[in-house]
Structures are given as C-alpha cells and as structure tokens.
Design a binder for this molecule. Sequence first.
Ligand code: NAD
Ligand code: UFG
Length: 345
Amino acid sequence: MILVTGGSGYIGSHTVLVLLQAGFEVVVLDNLSNSSTVSLERIAQITGKKAVFIKGDIRNRALLDKLFSDYLIESVINFAGLKAVGESTKKPLAYYQCNVHGACTLLEAMNDAGVKSFVFSSSATVYGEPETDCYHENLPTGHPTSPYGRSKLMIEEILKDLQTSDNEWKIAILRYFNPVGAHQSGKIGENPTGIPNNLLPYISQVAIGKLPYLNVFGDDYNTPDGTAMRDYIHVMDLAEAHLDAMNAIMKINTANESALKIWNLGTGQPYSVLEMVKAFEDACGHDIKYKIAPRRAGDIAKFYADASLAKAELGWTAKLGLSDMMEDTWRWQSNNPNGYNHLLK
Ligand code: NAD
Ligand code: UFG
C-alpha cells in the first residue's frame, strides 16, 4: 500500500489516480487545509477504485504511528505542504512549521515503522538564480528567494543527511517546473482558493468571466516577446513520473548504488506568458483580456528543465504538449466553474 500525503490536493489527486490505475492500493492523509475530498470521490468515479482517506496532519505523530500500524505501507509520496510563495513571505513560521517540521515528523514516524521509501515534491525554485536558464540536476542549488523555496531546499538537505546516515533509505527528490493542466476527463483539476497566484488558473478564471483581465507581469524581459518564459508541464505527465520514480527507487539495490535520486520534471520547452494566453484562446475559442503590468518582484526572465536525466534513468518524458495542457484546463474549468468549492467537504 502507498501512503500519499496531501493526496486530495492538485498534484496529489492526479497521482492517486495514476497509482490506482497502476494497481496500487492507496491511503491518502490530508488535513484538507487546501483541498476537498470531492477530488477523491471523482477519482473513484473515473477509476472504479477507492483510496482510503484519513483526515489528519503530517505533524500529528500519534496519528502517523497508528496509520503505519494499521496499514502495511511500502512507500510514501509526500505532497502535503503549504505552497504559496507570496504568503510564505508574510507567514514564514507557518511555512517552516508545516513543510519542514511536517516532513521531519513524517520521516521520524516512517523510520520507526521501518518504512524507508520516500518520494518528495520539490521545486525548480531550489536552483535560485543560476547563470544559465537551462537547469540540470548537477547545477549547485542556489538561494531561493522566498521562505517557501527555502523550506523545499531545507527538506532536500535533510533528506540527503538522512540517506547518508542510513543507506536503507530510498529517496526520490522530484524538482517540478510549472505544473498545469487537469485530467482529460475534466472531473479533477486545480482548485485554488481565492484569487489565483499562478498564471494558468488566473487565465482560466478570466476565460470563464470570474476575473476581468490578466495582468501580464512585465513585457520588458530579454525574451522574444518581452514576457517571462517558463517550462509548463502537464499534471498527468507529472503524476506518471511519480509512479516511475517510486518504482525506480524501490528497485535500487542499496549495496551497489546510492539511493538518493534527484530528477527534474519538465518538458524542456519554455513558453512566454503571451504564448500561453494565445494557446488558451485557441483552446477556449475566445479572446482573453490582458493588460501589461509592472514586473512581479522576485520573478526571473526565463528558465526551463534539462529533463534528460529522468529520461535516461526512469525512461520518463513528458508526452503532453501545450494544446493538451490548455484544452484539459479549459475542460476542467468550464465543467467546474467553481472548482469543488460549491460541494461539501
Ligand atoms: P495543494 O495545496 O493542492 O496540495 C497540497 C495538499 O496538502 C492539500 O490537499 C492540503 O490540504 C494538504 N496539506 C497541507 N498541509 C498539510 C499538513 N500539514 N498535513 C496534511 N495535509 C496537508 O498543492 P499542489 O499544487 O498539489 O502541490 C503539492 C506539492 O507539490 C506541495 O508540496 C508543493 O509545494 C509542491 N509543488 C507544487 C508546485 C505547483 O506549482 N503546484 C510546484 C513545485 C512544487
Ligand atoms: N504571471 C503573470 N500574471 C499572473 C500570474 C503569473 O504574468 O497573474 C507570470 C509570472 O510573472 C511568471 C509566469 O506567469 O512569469 C508564471 O508564473 P506562476 O506564478 O504561474 O509560476 P512561477 O514560475 O512564478 O512559480 C512556479 C511555482 C512555484 C515555484 C516557482 C519557482 O508555482 O511553486 O515556480 O520554481 F516556487
């Protein structure tokens, strides 16, 4: 059985779906601070299979001990955490408490239960601002500009120390670039609360008429159209990568090989903000209003993944392109204009 923390959230729910379809049994632990169990009901409709759901917090050691004694867990995929970059600058302690203390509590409970296979949601933000815009895993980590980013880097360092101290640990650190999109069914997707911070949820709420226009943050970057470029990756490709990474680390013979793996997850193809707007217009069939606004503090002009290591070591590459990302987001948004929010938890 696989424990997925944060499994009712955006990336977690898509990964739970992939795990169930691959034949795994799944336990989801989520405190529902940023999600709803409706995602898990929808997954059951799509797959015909149900994950066990436990409402709770990864910082609750007694709950974790009970969970590891009640279920035979082989591996843990940890999505649970707070993720809003801007909010983290205002509430740093909440971010370190939830993300770093949460990860340590979970790892301690795993250690005591003898469960030593762990897949972690990290982020391209750990690279800081290197000289190059194409990020390979062998670049040194840099200085993330937010407490959120630093919490991810701290957990990466903790995981390296843990694995060095005990070679039985098998750990995959997955550095996501910019996750977007939704399952092709249009039944599960991203469900931001309040006004979205990220580009694609914002564009799709403009498209559905909930927001009047998009602010394009800066058109004076050193890029072909002046707007910033990112490596957007479809959430279903990301979900598949978690399955591949988990399977790969579980097979490692730790006598011969290091079991601390780091993989970038991106497509390697960056798109600008205006290219994203145009692609979304093609998917939804009407114009998206936008205004050019000042640059957003902390943004960089362009970065994208060198994802060749995941291809070489996992046989994984992103299969879905920009039109899939846009069409699937639009299907989810137009079928669920209020996300899961109008439904009870
Ligand atoms: P999300 O908010 O949709 O999912 C996180 C889930 O964790 C939510 O369901 C929330 O209720 C739950 N949760 C939060 N704190 C918890 C706690 N202490 N105990 C139990 N459950 C808790 O976010 P997401 O976009 O699915 O992100 C998943 C992970 O991937 C996060 O760790 C995030 O930092 C990381 N990540 C996300 C992105 C992105 O752009 N979405 C990029 C890089 C990394
Ligand atoms: N953007 C706009 N208008 C908006 C929102 C975003 O123009 O309303 C632009 C941003 O300036 C940026 C691009 O769209 O150029 C993408 O912005 P997002 O906020 O969607 O994503 P970021 O690249 O800023 O952030 C992502 C993840 C973070 C992670 C960070 C660094 O969401 O978790 O990458 O890796 F920390």
